[in-house]
Design a protein around this ligand. Structure first.
Ligand code: PYC
Length: 446
């Protein structure tokens, strides 16, 4: 459809005043691109292409900071370096496309109902950042705080839920244990009867939890970082990291060498391989985690449901699909393929909880790589190699921590001071024995 001439030229005038980038992605300056509701209308009426959300560049010969990994952690780190600390000579490198790893493969669950006070404080800050993220980035990430229920099917699970609820409350996080009648009100389709194989005795209810559109989080951070001057280099695999006199001095990539005093390892799946490049060993083993999605149906499931005993979690997207996940596969691997064994197990477990889903059709399944640490907490901060920072070991809980990880890693790199929120997750805890056991609050039992 074409707009009549007068309207079209008025729209054109507005248009020329907005975007800093031309259709090839080159920049006229670093003015942040601010979309308005009017942009949609304007683009609908005009024949112009949408401007690129981030630019393409040739890698420069040097940067102040090089972030390896273009997922939510890497992009958020770059964004907060630029936004909070004015450090803009930053490159984010990804060997594929941004969000092609865990950030685009997770099940988009956000929550802070962890077990340890340190974990709860950390993830609570992430929930707070997620709450304002759409406004901060001017990019609709569709955070839906629909509540999060972790079901208990036996006495020991119920005890853990009570424990988590109490620690959550002490940390000011909204969580409580509720019984089957209240669960039924929140999820009428759930089979809460007593004469089933896995009766539901109660649940940890966490109202601030919910889901978000994970690709929008990646793209929003990428656009925000780019607008502040960060260079995002996709298809730029790191092949080596140079260390001179115990300090990072550069990165080798398939697109050339880059001099830099700071490298931040924000990868998942490849975190051990990148750290090996500077001789730093990570206590991490990599496992695939599978997930699946159904055809869309009318909205019927509001909260996120997790069952540790049945090794399954499910949520319904705003588009109506049901998204399912499980625990990690029981063997280490770098495979990102789905398996029939997973689908069969998943279907059986889901039907224990919601028999009425029997006729739904699965559309796709996939898997992502989870870097598990011995205590189910991440590894963040400095390493024995000066200038080599890590934000890794994210197991099955990395996506929800993206904003707070970016914020705190940026603060550490910019100021040289360890933020209190991440001090408990340092690499040296494995030498000192100060582990941060979060297994009881990981998504499902592992
Ligand atoms: O920790 O909430 C979680 C989670 C969901 C899916 C994988 N991990």
């Amino acid at each position: 459809m074409r707009a009549p001439g007068a309207i079209k030229s008025a729209l054109g005038a507005v248009m020329s005043s907005v975007g800093p980038y031309d259709r090839n992605g080159s920049t006229n300056g670093h003015k942040p691109y601010r979309y308005s509701a009017f942009d949609l209308l304007r683009h609908g009426f005009s024949q112009a292409d949408w401007p690129r959300a981030w630019r393409r560049h040739d890698p420069k010969s040097s940067y102040d900071v090089v972030v390896v990994g273009g997922g939510v952690h890497g992009l958020a780190t770059a964004y907060y370096l630029a936004k909070n600390h004015g450090i803009t000579n930053v490159a984010v490198l990804d060997k594929g496309y941004i969000g092609s790893g865990g950030s685009g493969r997770n099940t988009a669950i956000i929550r802070s109902n962890y077990l340890t006070p340190e974990g709860i404080r950390f993830y609570d800050r992430s929930v707070k950042l997620y709450e304002t993220l759409s406004a901060d980035l001017n990019y609709n990430a569709m955070f839906a705080q629909r509540g999060h229920l972790t079901l208990a099917h036996n006495d020991s699970s119920l005890r853990t839920m009570r424990w988590r609820a109490e620690v959550n409350k002490l940390e000011g996080v909204d969580s409580e244990v509720i019984g089957p009648d209240e669960i039924k009100k929140l999820v009428p389709f759930m089979d809460t009867s007593e004469d089933v194989r896995y009766p539901i005795l109660g649940a940890l209810y966490h109202p601030p939890g919910g889901i978000i559109r994970h690709d929008a989080v990646v793209w929003g951070y990428a656009r925000g970082a780019d607008a502040l001057g960060v260079h995002i280099h996709q298809n730029t695999e790191v092949t080596g990291i140079d260390v001179t006199g115990g300090k990072v001095s550069g990165v080798r990539t398939k697109r050339g060498d880059i001099a830099t005093p700071v490298v931040v390892n924000c990868t998942a799946g490849w975190s051990t391989l990148i750290s090996d490049m500077v001789g730093v060993k990570m206590p991490v083993s990599t496992f695939p985690l599978q997930a699946a999605v159904t055809e869309p149906v009318r909205p019927f499931l509001n909260p996120v449901i997790v069952s540790g005993t049945l090794h399954v979690y499910v949520s319904q997207t705003d588009r109506g699909e049901l998204v399912f996940g499980a625990s990690v596969d029981p063997f280490t691997s770098y495979s990102m393929r789905g398996s029939l064994e997973f689908t069969e197990g998943l279907a059986g477990h889901v039907l224990e909880l919601m028999p009425s889903l029997a006729k739904m059709r699965l559309l796709r399944q996939w898997s992502g790589l989870c870097d598990m640490t011995p205590d189910f907490s991440p590894i963040m901060g400095v390493t024995p190699v000066a200038g080599f920072f890590v934000d890794v070991g994210w197991g099955t809980y990395g996506f929800k921590a993206g904003p707070v990880s970016g914020e705190t890693m940026a603060a550490l790199i910019a100021t040289g001071k360890m933020p209190d929120l991440i001090a408990p997750f340092s690499l040296d805890r494995f030498a000192s024995g100060s582990l941060m056991g979060e297994k009881g609050a990981a998504a499902v039992g592992h």
